[in-house]
Ligand binder design. Structure first.
Ligand SMILES: [Zn+2]
Length: 182
């Protein structure tokens, strides 16, 4: 066999193989495209049937379903907004952020005290130290709730409360200054 003949055979073989691959790949591509078009057409047809059936339902029914869905969505959104309003903290501009809360007992009264990095403030009305209960305002007097059952005699006028508060503030202030010196 001459080299020329060999080259001719090789050329023919390459051409044949190339045609074979081209033919098959084209087949695969065409097959895929046709299947995809078929699927899309089937889906569109189903969607169309669904829409036609939906529109052919007696008007009040589909209208009722649509309106119910819309009102559910609206109620859900309104509730969500109200809840977020309830949970968002209301910040008073002049309110100091509370760091810690401590209770100080001064002359038989227990004072809830907010301690900040730059000072402190005590609540306006104390608790009964013996019963650990906030005093309640009854008949123009600040009274321990245990007074009702006759277990407590704490019964203070607003003026007495004010005087005791000033006294407690003074004592707590001294204690806080002592503490900061340590
Ligand atoms: Zn009491």
């Amino acid at each position: 066999m001459t080299p020329k003949k060999m080259l001719q055979i090789l050329k023919a073989w390459i051409l044949k193989t190339a045609w074979y691959i081209y033919d098959h790949i084209l087949g695969i591509i065409l097959g895929t495209i046709i299947s995809a078009i078929g699927l899309i057409a089937a889906f569109a047809k189903n969607l169309l049937f669904f829409l036609i059936e939906w529109l052919q339902l007696p008007t009040p029914l589909w209208l009722a379903i649509t309106l119910t869905c819309l009102s559910c969505l609206l109620v859900y959104r309104i509730q969500n907004r109200n809840l977020s309003c309830l949970h968002s903290p209301i910040q008073k501009s002049n309110e100091k952020p509370s760091e810690t809360i401590e209770y100080f007992t001064v002359a038989g009264d227990k004072w809830k005290t907010h301690i900040y990095s730059n000072g402190f403030s005590i609540e306006k009305i104390p608790l009964c130290d013996e019963h650990d209960l906030s005093l309640i305002f009854v008949n123009r007097h600040w009274t321990c709730p245990a007074f009702v059952t006759g277990d407590c005699k704490t019964n203070l006028t607003p003026d007495q409360i004010s005087a005791r508060r000033n006294f407690a503030e003074s004592i707590i202030d001294r204690d806080m200054r002592k503490r900061s010196k340590v």
